[in-house]
Write a protein that binds this ligand. Structure first.
Ligand code: SF4
Ligand code: SF4
Length: 213
């Protein structure tokens, strides 16, 4: 048996019904966000730009193990580890991350890398404004990703807290830099130690050849 045709509104009512949708929408609360003038607060566990964290004395938590790079499904992380020395120390243990890069042209902000990190060196911040017009600018280097210095910290490289070992850092026994801690010379980054004692007298600089990056 043939199906009964559906009852339709008379032809002149259809445009009116269409405008009815428009009129209803006009009185609804607007959802437009006035970005970037008004920024929405992100959720506390939002997956934003990464951060490489420090211990409370300023030494770096990254040990250059590359587990984050292996866990990344987008191949967005590049890590090169290197050995610490007593003269140039970046982390409390044997190794540190000498080169660390994240390519935000590839990263999908999934967070698998931070789950893989054994030292909680890598976490994610709430910062989401990562757009750029250049691919090169989207490759963030270690210097850009490393957390800033807080009270009680000294910038790396510097010596481990006297009388402690790497485990003590993870037990929370080191809460700030030891008194008198000073930054060491970053020879691996191209800094050069001062060459000779001053020839200009006690109040003059020790050498004309200053330490520079
Ligand atoms: S958030 Fe995901 S895609 Fe981005 S670097 Fe980490 S693992 Fe890779
Ligand atoms: S961030 Fe974590 S997982 Fe990645 S190299 Fe450093 S210590 Fe290893």
């Amino acid at each position: 048996m043939a199906e009964e045709p559906k009852e339709t509104k008379p032809g002149f009512q259809n445009p009116v019904a269409g405008f009815g949708v428009t009129f209803k929408a006009m009185f609804k609360k607007r959802l437009t966000e006035q970005y970037p003038e008004q920024q929405k607060t992100t959720a506390p566990r939002f997956h934003g730009r990464h951060q490489l964290n420090r211990h409370p004395d300023g030494l770096e938590k990254c040990v250059g193990c590359e587990l984050c790079a292996w866990a990344c499904p987008a191949d967005a992380i590049y890590v090169e580890g290197a050995d610490n020395t007593d003269e140039e120390r970046y982390s409390p243990g044997e190794r540190y991350g000498r080169v660390y890069q994240i390519n935000y042209a590839r990263c999908i902000l999934c967070g698998l890398c931070i789950e893989a990190c054994p030292t909680r060196a890598l976490t994610m911040t709430n910062e989401f404004e990562l757009a750029d017009s250049s691919r090169a600018n989207l490759i963030y280097t270690k210097e850009q990703l490393l957390a800033g210095l807080e009270d009680g910290m000294v910038d790396t490289p510097h010596a481990i807290y006297p009388g402690t070992d790497e485990q003590d850092y993870y037990r929370g026994l080191v809460t700030e830099a030891a008194p008198g801690t000073t930054q060491q010379v970053a020879i691996s980054k191209g800094e050069v130690p001062q060459e000779a004692d001053s020839t200009f007298g006690e109040d003059e600089p020790a050498s004309e050849k200053v330490i520079g990056r």
